[in-house]
Design a protein around this ligand. Structure first.
Ligand code: EPU
Length: 416
């Protein structure tokens, strides 16, 4: 297994290329199941989660022609089952449920278990599908879904679940009549999926707002789509510039997607210069403390909570960071403490008392964004930080050590 070694203390300087968005690519890959033909996809990030999804599509009968664009053939699907072995490595596998049941009227998908950041149930995906006429049974750890006929309906989500909204949108595009999803997730990845589905011939209105209306169509055509830039990777490199007091230009990216993060980083003393598709981020001499509460988009993303906490560990004063989405997303705290951070947890709130310095140490992480926060802390710490269990990072950050080295970081991957 690989680990990453970082010798901290160098301000990052230069340009970094932002990859395609993992969390847009995953539902869009699942959407290739909605109709047969040759789908064309550009700007897919090279990540472990993308490989896992391709393995799942292959298992269902899809074939691939590698290249740019990636071509995916979905004429000859011969299975409707997402097996436990794949779903347990990646919860987002559940995104095949909506498309499979829409096209084939049946699907069998392993029920994802809990994960490192919380229980993460999929009850809202399932009750939403039931509203569309899908019969759901839970048997032997699998969701078995059958639907002789899908009919449009009004679905009110108790929580604006991101993958739930995506699953339901994908099921609704081939249902008869109109579906209205209320309290829908507004995340840009939902909008990218809606844009892709619209290009396939779907009729969707309101993506990006809390009410999405889908008029079902009889047929779809294969997609030809370019995945949006990754806003969480973008925001992670903004923090990398801030925590090292660097000067980094990032792109291509969508500055409006990281508005909430930039506002907090400005409060912390950073400065930004924007174009339509790039951000120049300059770190301040001093890191000011900021209070953060994670919320659904357009609020501050939970996927950036661990990274901003690493930066606040070096702030002048005390920050209060509240996790508003997941119940157990503070696993990075005990590892940040090993680097010398002063963090106290009470329920879903972390009180971070900034310190002038962190010191390098061996650390490990149990999820993707927690790993990113340890890399960021390592970039600013004195001495060497050794981050193990790098496979978490490889799920969501393309070539992170290559990109950071090009910015002047002293970082390398080694075998454990
Ligand atoms: N929830 C329910 N019932 C459901 C669905 C969700 O109670 O049926 C709860 C969850 O337990 C959680 C909240 O609703 O407390 C929000 O979860 P959501 O369903 O929105 O999360 P998700 O769709 O499973 C996506 C991203 C996550 C990101 C969250 C929140 C993908 C593939 N994953 O997950 O990304 O943290 O939205 O923005 O899009 C990551 O990339 O590191 C990552 C974890």
């Amino acid at each position: 297994m690989d680990k990453i070694l970082i010798e901290g203390g160098r301000p990052l300087q230069g340009k970094v290329r932002i990859s395609g968005a993992k969390n847009a690519a995953l539902p869009i890959l699942a959407a290739t199941l909605l109709c047969g033909g040759v789908h064309r996809l550009r700007n897919l990030p090279r990540l472990r989660d993308i490989r896992t999804t391709k393995t799942l599509l292959y298992h269902l009968g899809a074939t691939f022609e590698e290249g740019e664009p990636l071509c995916i053939h979905t004429d000859d699907l011969d299975s409707f089952e997402a097996p436990y072995d794949l779903v347990k490595t990646m919860r987002a596998s559940v995104l095949v449920l909506g498309p499979l049941v829409a096209r084939f009227k049946e699907a069998r998908v392993s029920l994802p278990g809990g994960c490192a950041i919380g229980a993460r149930p999929i009850n809202l995906h399932l009750t939403g599908l039931e509203r569309l006429g899908v019969k759901i049974e839970l048997r032997h750890g699998y969701v078995e879904a059958t639907a002789p006929r899908l009919a449009g309906s009004r679905i009110h989500l108790d929580i604006p679940t991101v993958t739930g909204t995506e699953n339901l949108m994908m099921a609704a595009v081939l249902a008869e009549g109109r579906t209205v999803i209320e309290n829908a997730a507004r995340e840009p990845e939902v909008v990218d999926l809606a844009t892709c589905l619209t290009g396939m011939g779907a009729n969707i209105d309101g993506a990006g707002s809390p009410v999405i209306t889908v008029e079902g169509v009889r047929e779809l055509r294969p997609m030809d789509h370019t995945i949006m830039p990754d806003r969480i990777e973008t925001a992670t490199y903004l923090v990398a510039a801030g925590i090292t007091r660097g000067d980094v230009t990032l792109g291509p990216c969508s500055p409006e997607h990281v508005e909430a993060v930039m506002r907090k980083l400005e409060e912390a003393g950073m400065q930004f210069t924007l174009t339509d598709d790039s951000i120049r981020a300059v770190g301040g001499e001093v890191i000011h403390e900021v209070n953060v509460k994670t919320m659904p988009y357009p609020g501050f993303p939970t996927d950036m909570q661990a990274q901003i906490m690493a930066m606040m560990a070096l702030a002048e004063g005390q920050s209060i960071i509240t996790e508003g989405i997941f119940e157990n997303r503070f696993m990075h705290v005990s590892e940040l403490r090993r680097l010398g951070a002063d963090i106290h947890i009470e329920g879903n709130t972390a009180i971070v008392r900034g310190r002038p310095k962190l010191q390098g140490a061996p650390v490990m992480a149990t999820d993707l964004r927690a790993s990113a926060s340890l890399i960021l802390a390592g970039l600013a710490a004195d001495g060497v930080t050794e981050v193990s269990r790098v496979y978490h990072l490889d799920r969501g950050y393309e070539a992170i050590e290559t990109k950071l080295s090009a910015l002047g970081a002293k970082i390398e991957r080694a075998k454990e």
